[in-house]
Design a protein around this ligand. Structure first.
Ligand SMILES: Cc1cc2nc3c(=O)[nH]c(=O)nc-3n(C[C@H](O)[C@H](O)[C@H](O)COP(=O)(O)OP(=O)(O)OC[C@H]3O[C@@H](n4cnc5c(N)ncnc54)[C@H](O)[C@@H]3O)c2cc1C
Length: 303
């Protein structure tokens, strides 16, 4: 049952600001008695599950111009926070971001992905896109009390622990620096450089399932056969997704080899900080992240 936060019987008001200025004014006027709604797919499950009361006011971000735009800006790809998940699979520009496409394909079902947004997935703090976006060094553009600010996804995720997040900030866009990506570093890419990228999600069943563990791997092997770039991230369930820098260092500048699969798996298991619940122990999640990374690397290099 949906429990309203403001007494029974009443319906929440839905505000639809037309621009940032109106959004800023509304936010100040409603003074904390609201929540932002994008596709509301997650919000609805939270209200119906009695996890959070439905708020007195909702601010829909749908009418703010530009928040669903997707475009290249120099060497960055900009994705409006209100971009629907299905569009991340179908639109041509997203071929620059195959890990993100793979991640989105594992989320819910097409009917939900038609409504759900990438911004909602990120701000939930536990979305399955997070490891892919971490591997891409994604940055987030927020409307804060002090104006527009850019913050790395990594720093924002850590901000959940150190208290540096402000719940009234609005996510405006996701910006991916393409020059840091092996796949799109066309200017500097050696002709025979090889790119390795894979995303894996393990759930309690094959499809339409919440994740237990998710991992993303993005790397580039130079013409000398050594790893030039490596980005590895893991997350899943209600844990906080994270980069695995020690596991990245294990590979960087070393010769790429099938023999690295097993030590990578061991290193990632040890490094991944996660949790246990009734569905899977902490140890199971750690070992699974390591196994998914080791097996993924082995498959990619064996081809
Ligand atoms: C049946 C079902 C299956 C699902 N399966 C998966 C799954 O497999 N993997 C997965 O990751 N998720 C899953 N979800 C959760 C959810 O659908 C996704 O996370 C989705 O991307 C959320 O987007 P939304 O636009 O609906 O967010 P909303 O529900 O509108 O918002 C989610 C949260 O983000 C806040 N928010 C949204 N946009 C902004 C913004 N621009 N700025 C600031 N705050 C904002 C909202 O206030 C809210 O707290 C599932 C949901 C359902 C109902």
């Amino acid at each position: 049952m949906v429990i309203p936060a403001y007494g029974s019987g009443a319906m929440p008001s839905v505000w639809q600001p037309e621009d940032m200025e109106e959004l800023r004014m509304l936010r100040n006027r409603l003074n904390g008695s609201f929540c932002y709604a994008a596709g509301a797919t997650l919000l609805r499950t939270q209200w119906e599950g009695g996890l959070v009361p439905s708020p007195e006011h909702m601010i829909s971000l749908a009418r703010i111009p530009g928040t669903s735009d997707v475009y290249l800006d120099g060497d960055r790809m900009v994705i409006g926070a209100l971009t629907r998940l299905n569009r991340c699979i179908t639109e041509g520009l997203f071929h620059h971001l195959p890990l993100l496409q793979e991640a989105v394909k594992t989320i819910a079902a097409p009917s939900i992905r038609n409504v759900a947004t990438i911004g909602g997935n990120i701000v939930s703090g536990v979305g399955d896109t997070l490891p892919a976006l971490l591997a891409y060094n994604a940055e987030l553009q927020w409307m804060t009390d002090a104006g527009l600010e850019i913050r790395t996804l990594d720093s924002w995720l850590k901000g959940g622990r150190d208290g540096s997040r402000n719940p009234s900030d609005v996510l405006i866009s996701i910006q991916i620096p393409l020059d840091k990506l092996p796949v799109s570093d066309l200017k500097n890419q050696e002709p025979d450089a090889r790119e390795i990228a894979f995303y894996r999600k393990l759930g309690r069943r094959e499809t339409f399932s919440a994740s237990l563990v998710t991992i993303a791997f993005q790397g580039e092997i130079g013409t000398d056969g050594r790893w030039k770039k490596v980005a590895i991230a893991a997350g899943g369930g209600s844990g906080v997704a994270m980069r695995l820098p020690a596991s990245e260092q294990l590979l960087l500048r070393e010769k790429a080899s099938l023999m690295q699969a097993e030590p990578l798996g061991r290193s990632a298991s040890a490094e991944f900080v996660t949790y246990g619940d009734v569905f899977a122990t902490e140890q199971y999640r750690k070992q699974t992240a390591g196994n998914l990374l080791g097996a993924g690397l082995w498959e990619a290099l064996y081809r």
